[in-house]
Design a protein around this ligand. Structure first.
Ligand code: 5RP
Length: 236
């Protein structure tokens, strides 16, 4: 373990390290995005360099592609890979049924496509990501830039009457300008506080014109590996 890690980084590192034990030579891997996934990429890079591990990675963002290349992991596109053995990614929240909120880093679209195209998805997270009910973390929804204000109004309208506790959406900003995803889209963050029926919400959101994808990952994750600040790990 790297020296002088803060408790939160130690938790992320040990979760990433444990996830590496699921990786076998010859695998095609989906590589997630975010600070926890970055630990995974570094750990895998060490295994490629020091242990002769042979894997190819499909990154879920330009950020992860750069990290993977720097770590010495051969990178291919999803179209080249077609199907993956395993995707390992972080999450913003996970519940007891292993449903997730993702997209805090703005990569939810590629993350969902890649995870869905995998035999298995493992989430790596520190214990702060565990929740009883999803929704305290603002739910990211990717929308195309054309008519985004109309899409926002339609999303807010659709939330009324659903089993959620808030109905406001805000456009994610990057300083003074709207945040732009790797696919050239914007993100609406939905302030819902509590999502009673995540499956229904995910379906409703994706029916709204202008919405490309939402950050609810329902029935996609198979295993959650949770790291703790004292170095402990649990697997569910
Ligand atoms: C990026 C994501 C990340 O997995 C999520 O935001 C968790 O990030 P971190 O590991 O930095 O807490 O969904 O779109």
């Amino acid at each position: 373990m790297p020296a002088d890690l803060s408790p939160i980084d130690k938790a992320k590192f040990v979760a990433a390290k444990r996830a590496c034990t699921y990786v076998e030579s010859g695998m095609k891997l989906g590589l997630g995005t975010g600070s926890t996934a970055a630990w995974l990429v570094r750990c895998l890079g060490e295994m490629v360099r020091d242990d002769g591990l042979r894997v190819t990675g499909v990154p879920t963002s330009r950020r992860t592609a750069d990290l993977a290349q720097a770590a010495g992991i051969p990178v291919i596109s999803l179209d080249e890979a077609r199907w993956l053995d395993l995707t390992i990614d972080g999450a913003d929240e996970y519940d007891g049924a292993l449903n997730l909120i993702k997209g805090g880093g703005g990569a939810l679209l590629q993350e969902k496509i890649v995870a869905t195209a995998s035999d298995r998805m493992i989430v790596i997270a520190d214990i702060s990501k565990k929740v009883e009910t999803l929704g305290a973390f603002p739910l990211p929804v990717e929308v195309i830039p054309f008519g985004w204000q109309t899409s926002k109004a339609l999303v807010e309208e659709a939330l009324v009457g659903l089993d959620v506790m808030g109905t406001t959406a805000s456009l994610r900003m990057n300083g003074q300008t709207p945040f732009v995803t790797d696919e050239g889209n914007h993100i609406l963050d939905l302030h819902l506080t509590r999502i009673g029926n995540a499956r229904q919400l995910a379906l409703v959101l994706n029916q709204i014109p202008g919405v490309v994808e939402n950050g609810l990952f329902i029935d996609i994750c198979d295993i959650v590996i949770t790291g703790y600040g004292d170095g402990r790990v649990t697997v569910h």
